[in-house]
Design a protein around this ligand. Structure first.
Ligand code: ZN
Length: 259
């Protein structure tokens, strides 16, 4: 479905509640490689194999050094939010009920000044760490900002100060559920998706559970769905705005907020 961007902006401006669902494509212009889509996608098979709790718990030292640090170690240190992140942060002024649900663990929404109450990092965040015990250790629900990875080469892994279990990043792994940690706020995110009358997908390849859930919500509720992405989505009622989020979001959202 094609649509004039001015008309579309008006429909977003008139909405009661707008929820954005963001994927890796939003951070690609910031220099962060996507896992799955596009020519800069990284090692999809490797990620699918290693990005699991089963692989982590089988050999935490190898997981940290061969997988996590390879894939994410320096990845997030010097990257900056792009115009798409900034436009989203500014757009939150439209209504306190508007929300961004992001699949990105890179923290760039927060760096762009996104209001915390209007952001759900549904796949977690790269810069927090928890106890990997699945028992009720206090270290599971109390993330820390740092772990000592300096002796990984000698096989020394970071361990929970409460129970000595290995420490892990606070991120959703491929063999885990959204409900596996309260920090993912999945209940709140799903409620918002059901409640939205406009759903805007940004830079997502529609390959993870939460995007499927969101599409089903819109089918039931009749919400307007918009896809901001270089690749068009194949859902019949979805409006495709084809292009990069760093260019299209500022254009669309400036019209929505009248700025
Ligand atoms: Zn523990």
């Amino acid at each position: 479905m094609d649509s004039n961007i001015g008309e579309l902006a008006q429909r977003v401006a008139d909405a009661r509640r707008v929820v954005f669902l963001c994927g890796a494509g939003l951070s690609v212009p910031s220099g962060i490689r996507a896992y799955r889509a596009g020519p800069n996608a990284i090692w999809a098979d490797h990620v699918m194999e290693w990005g699991t709790f089963a692989k982590f718990i089988a050999d935490p030292a190898a997981w940290w050094s061969s997988f996590w640090l390879d894939a994410h170690g320096d990845l997030f240190k010097s990257f900056q939010p792009n115009a798409g992140h900034v436009a989203l942060a500014n757009a939150m002024r439209r209504s306190q009920d508007d929300l961004v649900i992001t699949q990105n663990i890179d923290g760039l929404h927060r760096l762009a000044g996104h209001p915390e109450a209007q952001l759900i990092e549904i796949h977690g965040r790269h810069d927090r760490f928890i106890c990997a015990s699945r028992a009720d250790c206090p270290g599971v629900e109390s993330p820390v900002e740092r772990v000592d990875l300096s002796r990984l080469s000698a096989g020394v892994i970071p361990r929970c100060p409460h129970c000595e279990a290995p420490m892990r990043p606070l991120v959703l792994l491929f063999d885990e559920h959204y409900e596996s940690h309260d920090a993912f706020q999945s209940w709140r995110g799903k409620k918002a998706l059901n409640d939205a009358d406009v759903l805007i997908f940004v830079g997502t390849s529609f390959s993870v559970g939460i995007t499927s859930y969101a599409v089903r919500c819109a089918e039931v509720s009749g919400a307007l769905t918009i896809n901001v992405n270089p690749e068009p989505a194949r859902f019949p009622s979805m409006v495709n705005l084809q292009g990069g989020a760093e260019a299209l979001l500022p254009t669309l959202l400036a019209r929505v907020t009248g700025e």
